[in-house]
Design a protein around this ligand. Structure first.
Ligand code: V47
Length: 361
């Protein structure tokens, strides 16, 4: 073991919380084996040998967005490739890929200037009516803030209206990097990092769970990554409302940051491992195969991650930014990956309860 990790290793193995500086040291250490060993040790302590996945579908009702995030290849202006689904189109869209095995719809989209809160409550109600057993994981903190401003409602009332209509939990997107410096370069018109955290707190106070993400591999520094993780950990100490942390590897193609190189597998694995070690109060860490590729995600299951996300079927956000992964996988593809990683595949629902069904995905 490299000497800089000896003290950190003692802390991890005795269950002591790691500091900001420990996070920096872990990120900078060349000793990737010890980093992976420690993250794997914590992962097995928390989640044993389980390798979670779910059977999900994505729905992106619109890609029209008023915010011009430099890292985004998905958003469009209405007259330049923008689409907006009518409610019927959205229902038909998910119905086309639906099977009885699907347990989750992951619903996110652009910040559309004219779609009202009623469009979204009608969307949720219509989905619940048609697919009553499916969990609706819908709307990032950024979308919630935008909808509340558009509707001139408090954030609490907006969350309540969406909850009443069928929102069951929230995905973790839109967090990007909380630090003002990096945020002002990559998404200066988006809600601040602090506001993202405040809204997540409100979601948790309303009784709903959410996830959290971090977009890495663009202009952020290592200090800013560690700061992001520590801020999430502090909020989780208060609310315990986060279920899962998902590091998101930046994809530069078709974005305004296309001069930047993509993060490599080493950065992906390091980020998964450091996240597992710093986020000691997060139950789950996801190696999102869509972003980092099935092979790196599989190794991630031995570097701190316990979840691969789901079958997806049609992913748009990173595929429009050059992702080369398939747009979906079958249940047997995912189970094969998990087994070959030496883990036991567990199909879960969105709230990490095991699903015992044998319906084909
Ligand atoms: O909010 C956008 C990011 C997010 C790019 O909660 C990009 O279970 C990389 O949040 N390169 C959407 N990333 C994805 C997301 C997510 C995915 C899977 C599971 C969950 C969950 C959440 O993707 C966006 C943004 O942060 N993103 N553009 C890009 N070019």
């Amino acid at each position: 073991m490299h000497p800089e990790l000896v003290q950190i290793s003692d802390k991890v193995l005795s269950g002591e919380r790691l500091s900001f500086n420990d996070g920096l040291t872990l990120y900078q250490s060349p000793d990737i084996h010890t980093l992976g060993f420690l993250a794997n040790w914590v992962r097995e302590k928390l989640n044993g040998n389980k390798g979670y996945y779910n059977i999900n579908r994505h729905l992106n009702p619109t890609n029209v967005c008023v915010v011009d995030c430099k890292f985004c290849g998905f958003a469009r202006k209405p007259d330049k490739g923008g689409y907006t689904m009518s409610l019927e189109e959205a229902f038909n869209h998910v119905a086309a890929d639906y099977t009885e095995a699907v347990t989750e719809f992951h619903i996110v989209g652009g910040l559309h200037p004219y779609l009202s809160l009623t469009y979204f409550t009608d969307l949720l109600e219509g989905l619940k009516k048609r697919f009553p057993k499916v969990h609706l994981k819908a709307f990032t903190m950024v979308e919630l803030e935008f909808l509340s401003r558009r509707a001139k409602l408090s954030i609490e009332d907006t969350i309540q209206a969406l909850r009443d209509a069928g929102m069951d939990s929230c995905p973790g997107g839109g967090a990007e990097i909380f630090a003002d410096r990096a945020r002002s370069i990559i998404c200066d018109h988006k809600v601040s990092g602090n506001r993202w955290l405040e809204i997540a707190e409100k979601v948790h106070q309303s009784g709903l769970k959410s996830n959290a993400t971090m977009l890495y591999g663009h202009v952020e520094t290592i200090e800013e990554r560690v700061d992001h993780l520590i801020k999430l950990r502090e909020l989780q100490d208060k609310t315990a409302g986060f279920q899962c942390f998902i590091p998101l590897a930046f994809h530069p193609v078709n974005t305004q940051l296309d001069h930047l190189p993509s993060p490599t597998a080493m950065t992906d694995l390091r980020t998964i491992a450091v996240s597992r070690l710093l986020l000691d109060n997060f139950p789950h860490i996801k190696a999102y195969w869509i972003m980092i590729g099935a092979k790196t995600a599989q190794i991630g299951l031995n570097f701190g991650a316990d979840d691969l996300d789901g079958t997806v079927v049609e992913e748009k956000i990173v595929h429009m930014a050059g992702a080369k992964t398939p747009i979906g996988m079958t249940r047997s593809d995912i189970e094969h990956l998990v087994r070959e990683a030496g883990r036991e595949p567990i199909e879960r629902d969105t709230l990490y309860q095991p699903v015992n069904r044998t319906v084909a995905a």
